[in-house]
Structure formats: C-alpha cells, structure tokens
Write a protein that binds this ligand. Sequence first.
Ligand code: T5A
Length: 228
Amino acid sequence: MLDASKTTRARFITFEGGEGVGKSTQVKRLLQNLQRHDIAAVRTREPGGTPKAEAIRSFILQGRSESWGAGAEAVLFAAARLDHVNQLIAPNLANGTWVLSDRFHDSTRAYQGLTGGVDGKLIDALESLALDGHAPDLTIMLDMDPVAAFKRVADRAVEDGLAVTGDRFEKEELDWHIRLRDGFLAIARDNPDRCVVISAAQDEDALEKAIWTVVSQRFPELLAGSQA
Ligand code: T5A
C-alpha cells in the first residue's frame, strides 16, 4: 500500500460546534480511520493540548476568569492557542503528521465574539497572532438543536454517575446557546472553502461515515493506493 502520509503534506482538521454535539467522539473516530489508511495523525483539543494550555483550560472552565469578561477570556484562549500552535500543531504538521483538533479558533469567534459581544477587530487580531499562518485546511462544523445536544451531555453525566452541573459555558441559558449555534453557522457561511456543516443529529456510525466522505473527497490522496 502506498503510504499517503509520505506523498502529501500533512493536513490540519478542526471540529467545531456547540456543547455536546459529538465532536470528541468523532475526532477519535476520524483518527482511527486515518490510521487505518496508514496516515500518521494525532488528536488534540482546545482549550488545551499542551501543559501550559491545559493550565489555562482549568482556570477558565472552573469559572475563575468569568468576572473578567469575555474580552479577557478571548485573550486567555488566544494565549493557550499560541502555545498549542507553537508546541504541538506546527511541529507535527512540519513532521508530516496530520493534526485533528477538538475546537480551535472558530470557538473564540463564536463564543467570545459573536455570542459574547467581543469586538470583531480584537478577535481578528488575536486570531492572526495565535494562528501565525496555521489556519485549518478543513473545519467540520457539527450542527444540531442545542436542546437535543444538552440531553446527550446530561445522559452522559448520569451514565458516569455525576451530577448534571456543567462547566462555565454549559451553564448559560438556552437563548445563549441558540445564538451560539447561529454564530457557528455564520462562520461557516463566511468561510465556505474551509468549513463543511454536517448535521450532528444522526447516530455515531452514520456521522462517522458522513465525516469520512467529506474528508476523503477533500483530500483524495488519502485513498491513493488504498484497498479501502
Ligand atoms: N471555548 C473553547 C470557548 O469559549 N472559547 C474557545 O476559544 C474555546 C477553544 C470547552 C469549553 O470552552 C469553550 C467551549 C466549551 O464550552 P469542553 O469540555 O471541551 O469545554 O466542551 P465541549 O467541546 O462542548 O465538549 P463536550 O464533551 O461537552 O461535547 P462534544 O465533544 O461535542 O461531545 P462528545 O463527543 O463528548 O459527546 C457527548 C455525549 O453524547 C454522546 C457521547 O457518547 C457523549 O455521552 N454522543 C452521541 N449520542 C448520540 N448520537 C451521537 N451521534 C453522539 N455523539 C456523541
């Protein structure tokens, strides 16, 4: 079999969307599918992915920055992203390893910008600082009704024997989550070459298949020489 990871540059794929739409589940499944095609790939997440960025994640998600306002939080997310890009994303891509990230810069634009009211110019400036040219090649936007997505998160908490409390952002009102969903869809409309919106209101296997179809059509080199 031809080793596709040696014949093309490594790709950077991000997954975006509201709470509980199934991003983490599908990042893991895409990683397995790539590995089945002999593609070297890693999965990571935001906020987080490196020790420093994970420290910022804990600080924000525990609610310790909430009183600082959405602008300061946007700066914190960007600081985490800068380290993530420099320490994990850029080195892996340079090394020929594909990178799959559970959330990336669109989350700051959707949560802190379009929903949180932070000025678009600050979001633009933070984006260009933190990305430093490392925009994703493809963004999978998982879209579904926030009420149904919340039910998934609540069911998971019950299955795990945890109280359904939620983190800093999961505690926001329904209207806020509806605006968040609209924000992600607006980002997709503004970036049609990079973003593909997929309905997340389908079972895990069907969604995995839909994502694989998009990824393999976007990067046909994946199937070069493969029997799959
Ligand atoms: N944030 C982040 C910002 O405000 N600004 C930023 O710049 C960034 C980067 C991160 C928080 O930080 C905010 C956004 C977030 O609020 P997080 O814990 O990473 O916090 O939050 P989420 O990304 O929303 O993670 P979740 O785990 O809650 O949601 P996922 O990853 O979308 O969903 P997943 O895969 O964990 O699945 C949830 C449950 O549903 C089931 C799973 O088994 C699981 O129990 N499930 C399905 N059930 C039925 N059908 C399917 N297709 C299913 N897929 C999964």
